[in-house]
Design a protein around this ligand. Structure first.
Ligand code: CMP
Length: 139
């Protein structure tokens, strides 16, 4: 069924001028953009977004990275959008990402992995509401 998922184009990908290339992959995968904004996250915003990872060894580095420059936050929609976007992204760890995925092509490290996508319907709902009001989403 049609789902929504939250995508973030992370600071390393924005810096390397990869926004257009990433958007092209979304079009190819028939993932439609129904909301988008560019934002430079504050420390508090990044910590809140990644609250489930608080206390993990990579948390401080993750927050430092995610606040190092602007990101592009988007809501994507399509059939099985959550799972399909995760396929388009590839594994979190670029060493495990399949050829042709966004992370295989654009990640710099496991932390600087170019993109984020929601991992379940519950997290998609929370993550979309974290960044977008209902009237900023165009179905
Ligand atoms: P993301 O999908 O945004 O979710 C959590 C992020 O933490 C992940 O992508 C990476 O950017 C970062 N991260 C860094 N190290 C790890 C790790 N060992 N396992 C999972 N995520 C990590």
């Amino acid at each position: 069924s049609a789902e929504r998922t939250l995508s973030i184009i992370k600071p390393n990908a924005v810096k390397k001028r990869l926004i257009g290339k990433i958007e092209e992959r979304l079009v190819q995968a028939k993932l439609d953009i129904i909301a988008m904004k560019m934002v430079h996250l504050t420390k508090e915003q990044a910590e809140g977004f990644y609250a489930e990872h608080q206390g993990k060894p990579f948390f401080d580095g993750l927050v430092r990275f995610m606040t190092s420059g602007p990101v592009v936050v988007q809501v994507l929609t399509g059939e099985n959008a959550i799972c399909r976007y995760r396929e388009v992204m590839g594994a979190t760890d670029l060493a495990k990402a399949l050829a042709g995925t966004l992370r295989y092509d654009f990640a710099d490290s496991i932390t600087e992995n170019a993109v984020h996508g929601s991992d379940s319907p519950q997290s998609a709902e929370r993550e979309i509401a974290y960044f977008f009001a209902d009237d900023e989403i165009f179905d």
